[in-house]
Design a protein around this ligand. Sequence first.
Ligand SMILES: Nc1ncnc2c1ncn2[C@@H]1O[C@H](COP(=O)(O)OP(=O)(O)O)[C@@H](O)[C@H]1O
Ligand SMILES: [Mg+2]
Length: 312
Amino acid sequence: MSSASDLNHEHALTIDRLTRRFGGITAVDSVSMVVRPGEVVAMVGPNGAGKSTVLQLISALLAPDSGSVHLGTDQLTGRTPEEIAALGVARAFQTSRVFPVLSVWDSVRVAGIPALIGGGRFGHRIPAFLELAAVLFGTRRHRARVAELDRRTAEVLELFGERLLPRRDDTAQSLSYANRRRLELARALVADPYVLLLDEPTAGMNPTETEELVRLLQVLHHRRPELAILVVEHKMNVVRALADRAVVMDHGSVIAEGPPQEVLQNELVIEAYLGRKALHSEAAREAIAAMDDGVAAGEAGGHTQVRGALQQ
Ligand SMILES: Nc1ncnc2c1ncn2[C@@H]1O[C@H](COP(=O)(O)OP(=O)(O)O)[C@@H](O)[C@H]1O
Ligand SMILES: [Mg+2]
């Protein structure tokens, strides 16, 4: 798993003054941030803050009105989503892109093709007819790439323990909601990206499933220490468990940034979630508790700290 590190230059994701409007709304308003190799950055903030739009701008599902995104020295702005994926920025959102009748195995395998077979960052770009000839005549290089794709597919599915591998021949549409979300993640990982974008990966998961996903991401972080992760997450226990840094968005802007424990105590952050008027009320405390929905017993230290900030 060293492909992210065997190139010498850095693969930091650099977002510079990114802006996107929808009609009269500035959904993302001059947002800048850097996610360095190996860093896990959590984007938090109330609904409508612009978090998902930032991820869609990075992966070119949306075009910005202004600003830019770079991976290392490569400009991503202006490229297609496929080009951006092939350069090593993977996203695990938009379930609809999984073909419902494809098996679990094939869904993951297909997602690895652009990077491994189709001349992405692991291959050389070669004309389509040569690629076709390679397939038809089964050249040694082509066979080697296919074997590598199979190896990676198995490796990624194994990450999910008993969740996906025993279901490798089941169709994607037959999976439970949580397993479909795992499949999305597996598809993102098979190309061995430099940067992984996750939009509320634990949404709809119960506390046990949430903890399992946190553990999986920790294992992934350990196995691929150079992988950068930018994750939108509402569950504060997940943020605390995973993130090196939290970036707080509100009304399209970054309003706070820093180590999760510090940022989550910040009064601005609490206002972003709850509104100024709520600051000292019982409702505020309840809302803080709700922010932590699904928090495991014994991980409640953060509650105390946020409440402390409320009372200042
Ligand atoms: N495709 C779209 N068309 C119109 N407005 C949109 C679209 N996507 C997002 N918005 C608006 O942009 C703002 C930010 O949305 P979003 O990025 O989804 O927020 P978040 O993910 O933080 O909840 C919201 O006001 C939302 O209604
Ligand atoms: Mg969102």
